[in-house]
Design a protein around this ligand. Structure first.
Ligand code: SF4
Ligand code: SF4
Length: 426
């Protein structure tokens, strides 16, 4: 299927009200890349608290998806009760993310599917025991998990099964082989996550796990190519957008930044913003260069004292936020030629363009505008960041003479028209 069509099809899932409910602060694997390891205390949140979350996050009128997870949800003895409760509340889709240690038991599978679990994402970080067991630091994990997967695929054909893979220096060169291996077992949906430099993964295993994406661009591109197979659904998380040149439909939904900063680490980021970065996130500096949130953090620092641009609304056009690529197409047309024509037409009418990179326009008219009136609340800043500051350039921009000063183009225009709309000016 053409990737542009897949991009639009994926929007249906992105429009869902998607909520994650944590039911265990514990895990029966000891993954060396774990981003939450230090916060585990082997307890389960109180039943009433969990049920309250399940109830209040349901939104009438939406497709509601609940993901019962974090850390290893299946070890909570009441796991199937919460599934049944979510069904009672009327969630449209009930999913879990798991390491599959519990799904090794047939009895367990029967119980949770009967309670109405409909979709299972299981974590495999390798396609053999050597790779997977090393990364999850648990002997026999690969064999057990594989047995669970095969059992579910064989006996519960209506259950949606997909795989997530955390990519790191140990497995990146095998990524294509990992996906190909599981395709042979008829798994055609993958969530590929870039490693995050928090907790144990960074403090203990920095050297073993962190890699430079550009050093593995061939291996990554070979994997992205698999996304073009007709019935394949590939999602990616926390990779820098530049890793997807020619496969821009794989760039993650920009709104997901909200989940990164307003969930697990909300206090840390709230303080950072409230204090105008006097209080920095714990991870500041050392980990920044391998961090997906770098642009979010560092843009705040760079823009917090920047004055707003005064402009005349009547003769100015600002290129910014459209929630989905389909909306970009509706407003600016589907082909990039038509989009460029739209900009040209504005110019003919003497309208000033703002936030349009020089290569799409004529340099003498370029201006930038960040719409960042002082925002010292995490909610406000995150919204503004997603809507306006989340701009990207191509790796080829390094050759452009405006590379240092250019502020690039807003992410959904890249997802809609691809990186090659940007033409370095040499
Ligand atoms: S960019 Fe921000 S979140 Fe990432 S490591 Fe640096 S301070 Fe932490
Ligand atoms: S740096 Fe990139 S986006 Fe900016 S003008 Fe040059 S080619 Fe265009």
């Amino acid at each position: 299927m053409e990737n542009k069509k897949k991009l639009i099809l994926k929007e249906a899932t992105q429009k869902e009200n998607r909520i994650w409910v944590r039911i265990a602060s514990a895990c029966n694997n000891i993954c060396i890349f774990c981003l939450d390891s230090d916060a585990q205390n082997w307890t389960f949140p109180e039943e009433e608290k969990i049920k309250h979350e399940i109830r209040v996050w349901y939104i009438k009128g939406y497709e509601n998806r609940i993901i019962i997870s974090w850390w290893e949800a299946s070890i909570n003895p009441k796991f199937s009760n919460y599934i049944a409760y979510a069904k009672e509340v009327w969630y449209n889709k009930i999913q879990t993310v798991t390491n599959w240690n519990m799904f090794f038991s047939e009895e367990f599978c029967k119980k949770v599917f009967k309670a109405w679990l409909e979709e299972v994402t299981f974590s495999f970080h390798g396609h053999n025991s050597t790779l997977h067991d090393y990364l999850v630091a648990t002997p026999w994990a690969f064999k057990k998990s594989l047995k669970g997967l095969i059992y579910v695929k064989k006996n519960f054909p209506d259950i949606i099964v997909n795989i997530d893979i955390v990519v790191n220096k140990v497995n990146v060169k095998y990524l294509h082989d990992i996906v190909s291996f599981f395709m042979k077992l008829w798994v055609y949906e993958y969530d590929i996550l870039q490693i995050v430099p928090f907790w144990r993964g960074f403090s203990k295993y920095k050297k073993q796990l962190f890699y430079n994406i550009e050093d593995y661009s061939q291996e990554l591109t070979n994997t992205w190519k698999l996304s073009t197979i007709n019935w394949m659904y590939m999602w990616t998380n926390r990779f820098p957008a530049e890793a997807f040149e020619w496969y821009e439909d794989l760039i993650q939904d920009p709104r997901k930044v909200k989940w990164e900063v307003m969930w697990e680490w909300i206090n840390m980021f709230s303080k950072f913003i409230k204090t105008k970065w006097l209080s920095k996130p714990n991870c500041f500096w050392d980990a920044c260069n391998v961090c997906f949130i770098k642009q979010y953090c560092h843009n705040f620092i760079n823009n917090v004292n920047r004055p707003s641009l005064n402009y005349n609304k009547d003769n100015t056009f600002i290129l910014r936020w459209e929630e989905f690529p389909s909306e970009v197409y509706k407003k600016y047309w589907e082909s990039k030629e038509n989009f460029l024509e739209f900009l040209h037409w504005k110019k003919m009418k003497n309208i000033k363009l703002i936030n349009v990179p020089k290569c799409l326009w004529w340099e003498w008219l370029f201006e930038k505008y960040n719409d960042l009136n002082p925002e010292y609340e995490i909610n406000d800043y995150t919204k503004k960041y997603i809507k306006n500051l989340y701009r990207k350039k191509s790796l080829r921009c390094n050759k452009c003479r405006y590379n240092e000063t250019c502020e690039w183009i807003w992410i959904n225009f890249i997802r809609s028209y691809w990186f090659n709309i940007l033409k370095p000016i040499i």
